[in-house]
Design a protein around this ligand. Structure first.
Ligand code: NAD
Ligand SMILES: O=C(O)C1=N[C@H](C(=O)O)CCC1
Length: 266
């Protein structure tokens, strides 16, 4: 069996380390290298608390792709480096599977064009948890009948981007079926800036950051005399790994960029 050769960017991070543990258990995946901003030349097995894997760490992405034969780059880093890594991977014919959130619309457009030009598959998924993907789909369905909606996302306090990629994706999916609408009282005024949250097409998005949280979202719909709440919780980062594995398998069959795991689920 030909194994899929994977490079993981961000191996010492919470998601990167979980991805290494997932890859270690798969017979059809091989970790061929990692990308970090330190520990050049060290093996993963030499880093405390990471699995006993032989893959070597590179700090220069171009050197990494020049030195190892890779099929897929799994990026779980930061918005700034995730974007650069994704671009460089496409340019080197390596298929990116990107969990990193916080890319701008312009960056997503540029990566979409580059992927099409090079014919290299890319999957960018703001949330790899299957329950979260379903939560977003259910919310899109509900928005057809309940156009008044607010999104509350709750994450751990080490998160760099706000709102979360999941909240933005949820609002984008709802926008596809909901007529643009300003919610609340037409004359409402914030007496404390930010009190009503961020605004996307009239929908409000509220971001909470607290220790103890992992990744949680509620989509709350309001109508006359009733409320509907669609809620998802990730209590452990293992929840994202089924989706990461699925994306690695599927990206091998793609030659365009796909944004959102719902597009590769049957
Ligand atoms: N799509 C999903 O399902 C999902 C789930 C959880 C987190 N995320 C996203 O994944 C990203 C990582 O999350 P996390 O919780 O693991 O964060 P983290 O801070 O624990 O890990 C990020 C890692 O990236 C590393 N890093 C920074 N710059 C780097 C560079 N230039 N090269 C290589 N590595 C570099 C850091 O050293 C760190 O170890 C975030 O953008 C987060 O929003 C996505
Ligand atoms: O822990 C994070 O950071 C997460 N980020 C994603 C997002 O921004 O939606 C997905 C859930 C976890």
């Amino acid at each position: 069996m030909e194994k899929i050769k994977v490079v993981v960017a961000g191996p010492r991070g919470k998601m990167g380390a979980e991805a290494l543990r997932m890859i270690e258990k798969q017979e059809d995946l091989e970790l061929v290298a990692c990308l970090d901003h330190k520990y050049e030349g060290k093996k993963i097995s030499e880093i405390d608390e990471l699995p006993a894997m032989d893959a070597v760490i590179y700090t220069d992405i171009q050197k990494c792709f020049d030195s190892v034969n890779a099929d897929v780059l799994v990026d779980l880093t930061t918005p700034e480096f995730g974007y650069l890594h994704t671009k460089t991977a496409i340019q080197n014919g390596v298929r990116p599977v990107v969990g990193t959130t916080g890319f701008t619309d312009e960056q997503l457009e540029e990566l979409t064009e580059l992927s099409e030009e090079k014919g290299i598959g890319v999957i960018i998924a703001p949330n790899f948890a299957l329950g979260a993907v379903l939560m977003m789909q259910f919310a899109k369905w509900a928005a057809k009948y309940f156009p008044d909606v607010e999104i509350i996302e709750k994450h751990h306090d080490n998160k760099l981007d706000a709102p979360s990629g999941t909240a933005v994706k949820t609002a984008q999916l709802i926008k596809e079926v909901r007529e643009s609408k300003k919610q609340g009282h037409p004359d409402e005024k914030e007496t404390l800036q930010g009190a009503r949250g961020a605004d996307m097409d009239g929908m409000k998005i509220h971001s909470m950051r607290l220790p103890g949280l992992v990744a949680h979202q509620e989509v709350v719909f309001g109508s006359k005399g009733e409320n509907l709440t669609i809620k998802h919780d990730s209590f452990h980062r293992e929840s994202f790994m089924t989706g990461v594995k699925l994306a690695i398998d599927q990206v091998m069959k793609l030659d365009i960029l796909v944004y959102g795991l719902e597009n590769i689920l049957e």
